[in-house]
Structure formats: C-alpha cells, structure tokens
Ligand binder design. Structure first.
Ligand code: SAH
Length: 490
C-alpha cells in the first residue's frame, strides 16, 4: 500500500529541482530511529486520574474541568503566605515568591515563561526532554526525512535568492539539533549551497546547546596562527556555527533563512475569559494554604486584556470573535514575527514556520505534557512541557503590519508541504537500500509525518488510515517579495 501511494507524484514534483533534490540526497540511512515505543503529542491517550487531568489536546476536544476563582487580592490583603514547604522545587519556590512579593497573582503568560525558560530551573534549561525517554517527541526525532525535506525547502529558497555566496541559516529552538544535522547531511552534495552557510542556533538552554554542538559534530578551528581566535565549525558541512539566546543577537546584513519548528508553541500565551465584568484575564495564584497553585480570574480587565486582546480581535471578523468565550493571545509570537519580517525585509531571504495550530483565533489550548501524558498545567511546574496552539492568522497579520516588502504564504498542512517537496521520492530511495528493520522504521516514520485521517497520499482502506502529524501541523512561509513565491506554496 505504501509503495502504491509512493508512486503518486504531486504536480509540482513533475518538474526540475523538486524531483531531483530528494533523490540526489546522500542515499544513506543515518540511524535507525525506533518508533514503536515513541508516542507523539498527537497520539497521546490521556487517562484521567487524580494527578492527570484530561486537557484539550490535538485529537480530543473534551474540555478540562478547571475551576477559576475571582482574584480578590486587590480588594483586601491577600492571605499571608506561609514559608515555602521544604519539598518545593526551586522553581515552585521562585513562582510562589513572585506571587507573594507582587501581592497578587501572575498572568498565565508569566507563569508559562518562568516554567519553560527560567534560567536556573526552567523545563528546557537543564535536561534533554525529547524522545522516548523524555517527555515528548517531535518530527525531526521521528525520521531523518523531516530534516532532509526542510533541507530541500532551504535549498530551493537559496536558489530563488540567487544563490548568495553567504547566507545566515538561523534555527529557532533547535532542540537536540537533529533537524539541522539531517539538513546538513542531506544537502552535503550541493557544494555551493553548503559553502554559503553560516549557521546560527537560537537556543536558551545550555544543556540543549551542548547536545546541538555534538549533533552537528562541531569542533573549534583556529582563525589565526597563535590560535588565540577560534570559531566553531560543523564537520558535517564545514560551516561556521554560533549560538545565541535570542534572534536579536544574530548579526544583521546577510541574506537570511530562518527555520522555526515547534518554537512558536513554546512562547507564552495570555488567557482571557468572558465574564459578567467583561473580558477578564486568567491568572495563576497560590492557594489559601500556600501549598498549591490555582487559577483565578482578574476582577476587572487587565492592561494585557485591553492591549493584546483588543489588538488580536481587530484581525478577526465579528463573527469569529463572538463565538468565543475564551481567547488565547501570544504577544511574544507577534513580537518575534515583527523581528523576522523586518530582518527578511532588510536582508532578503525567508522564514519557514512549522507548528501545530490553527489559521484563526485560538480559544483555550494550553496543555502540559510529562512523560508522554497530559497532566495538570499547575502540577509540579518545571517537570512538564507547556505548549499552546499557534495562531497562524496572527503571525500573518503581525508580519504584514511591519513591512510591505514581505509576503506571507500558507498555512498548508505538513502533509501537503512534505508531499509536494518530494518525501515520497525520498522514502522510496531510502527503502531501496536498507534492512528489513530499517524499512519498517522508515515506513512508520513516513506515516507519522504525513499521515492523518485526511492524509492526501493515503490510498488504503479508511479503517487503516494512519494517525500522524500530517494534518495537525501547519507550515507557513514569510519571504522577501524579491524572491517570488516559495516552493511549495505556489
Ligand atoms: N525544534 C526542535 C525543538 C522544539 S522544543 C524540534 O522540533 O525537535 C522548543 C525548543 O525551543 C527547545 O530547544 C527550547 O529549549 C527552545 N526554546 C524555547 N523557548 C525559547 C526561548 N524563549 N528562547 C530560545 N529558545 C527557546
């Protein structure tokens, strides 16, 4: 069945580069990524228990039952918080102390930011959270073909940019560095492309920076005779690599290609709720006995509600906004998009954003995942990943409002994106030269990446339709208009 569907080419693949690139890639299978024991966020099957509260996830729209109180801290003195119980983690103590010294609750966005990226004890900071042994798995970890296809996209854009001699290839939130490593390995035969690359990894976690360093097989190279000035080189491509904690730190003035895979979903969101007092903000407070965290609702609309909610709703039809009594807004995503659009507008190039989400306002999607299971967002913060659906419509509007020199394309589904770029040809090429075990792994990986109820390349019986990330994940591109329309968004 797989082979039957593989032989079906998309219209785009019938011409030129897109047909030859996936075949021209190094024909090797880098390693066997055993998938059978892996669980993706999409295939999670939350089993409610006292500790594991069911929450909206990518397949299950059943809503969590979270009680929200009204924040009365501004009406009377908030209860004196007792000393931190000694069993509290550093992050829990830190969060409780922020709430105590502020004299009131913090926004969900501030909570999310602290939980994920607090420089001492944030979820991403000190540990490898990916893969079967970690908390969740992402597409680059599922199959080498994912990074290779992003490589095809990157090379096509580089061609459209006029094959610049130097290009800044920036990855936002590179995780273990697997996507970039597969991109570099896959494109190693394309010498001029490879030579042009200056790689910039934007990563806040020192632990993950080290993993990325080793995934890219980096070594230090002396730049002068006495060896006092050094630069880091990836031996996969011979390209210089540098690390930054924010996009702003990457030097300007060079044509740029930006990849953001599952980065936007980690950016902090504000949550607003319609109430008899108008749109109030959901906040995080400490319970009366100071032991746990709890949600409370602001007594009146907060400055964030007035600013961000109003801004987001300007981009929605009255009909769209009227349907919702919960709205999530991610100002950091708007800010990041502004930066991306301005950079691309001045330096040329483009950005590719792939994430799970929706092309419209998001209602209430924040979720926590620990060891491949959904858990309560407020339970033992720092020990579970927090993520929210990405609002692609907001990204489009944010990009368009800062520059006339860029164009925004998509979103299209991951399945369409990978299919049009030639993943079918790539899997076929790899299958011709592998062991039975590797073939199984390749097929499973392929279906995890492109499969879903409505996978366009599935021709088998409906009851066997594979479950995957193909339709849940969306791809969007922001490019400088000089480059024309990027593949495969024509
Ligand atoms: N792109 C990778 C990892 C996604 S997880 C993959 O698909 O496998 C999110 C990544 O973004 C992690 O590497 C995390 O450490 C990083 N990250 C999250 N928030 C960040 C921030 N504010 N600044 C820089 N890096 C961040």
């Amino acid at each position: 069945m797989l082979r039957r569907s593989l032989s079906r080419a998309s219209p785009l693949l019938s011409n030129g580069l897109l047909q030859t690139l996936p075949l021209a890639f190094a024909p090797s299978i880098r390693s066997l990524r055993s998938l059978s024991s892996h669980t993706t966020p999409q295939t999670l099957n939350p089993s409610p228990s006292q500790e594991e509260e069911p929450h909206e996830n990518l397949r299950d729209s059943s809503r969590p039952t979270v009680s929200v109180l009204i924040d009365r801290s501004s009406l009377h003195n908030s209860p004196e918080h007792s000393p931190n119980p000694s069993s509290d983690s550093e992050l829990v103590k830190h969060l409780k102390s922020i709430i105590k010294f502020r004299g009131g609750p913090i926004s969900v966005a501030e909570y999310m930011e602290e939980v994920l990226t607090n420089p001492h004890s944030g979820f991403y900071i000190n540990q490898d959270v990916f893969g079967a042994g970690g908390d969740f798995i992402t597409s680059p970890e599922v199959s080498q073909m994912f990074g290779e296809m992003i490589g095809v996209w990157t090379m096509c854009l580089w061609e459209q940019m006029g094959q610049p001699e130097k290009v800044n290839l920036i990855e936002l939130g590179p995780g273990r560095g697997t996507l970039m490593a597969d991109l570099l390995r896959g494109s190693s035969k394309f010498v001029n492309f490879k030579r042009s690359l200056h790689i910039h990894m934007v990563e806040c976690s020192p632990t993950l920076q080290k993993l990325q360093h080793s995934a890219l097989k980096c070594m230090d190279e002396a730049m002068n005779e006495d060896g006092s000035t050094k630069r880091t080189i990836s031996t996969l491509s011979g390209s210089p690599v540098s690390w930054h904690s924010t996009l702003e730190q990457v030097p300007f003035g060079t044509p740029t290609i930006i990849i953001a895979h599952e980065f936007y979903d980690a950016l902090p969101v504000h949550q607003f709720q319609q109430s008899s007092r108008g749109w109030c903000e959901k906040m995080v407070d400490v319970s009366e006995d100071s032991l746990n965290f709890r949600f409370v609702l602001s007594p009146t609309p907060t400055p964030a509600a007035l600013l961000y909610l109003r801004k987001r709703c300007q981009w929605a039809s009255a009909e769209e906004a009227a349907k919702l009594d919960h709205i999530e807004v991610c100002p950091k995503a708007m800010e990041l998009t502004h930066q991306i659009a301005k950079r691309i507008s001045s330096d040329g190039g483009g950005a590719l954003i792939i994430d799970y989400g929706k092309n419209g306002i998001i209602s209430d999607s924040l979720q926590a995942i620990r060891k491949h299971k959904f858990v309560n967002i407020l339970d033992n913060p720092g020990s579970a990943d927090l993520s929210a659906y990405v609002d692609f419509a907001s990204i489009r509007h944010s990009a368009e409002e800062v520059s006339e020199h860029i164009s925004v394309h998509g979103p299209i589904t991951q399945s369409q994106f990978l299919g049009y770029l030639g993943i079918n040809f790539r899997v076929e090429a790899l299958l011709q030269n592998c062991t039975e075990e590797q073939a199984e792994s390749l097929k499973t990986g392929y279906w995890q990446l492109v499969g879903d109820g409505g996978a366009p390349f599935w021709e088998g019986p409906n009851e066997q339709t594979p479950i995957g990330m193909g339709n849940r994940y969306l791809a969007m591109a922001i490019v400088n208009k000089k480059q024309g329309v990027p593949v495969p968004f024509e």
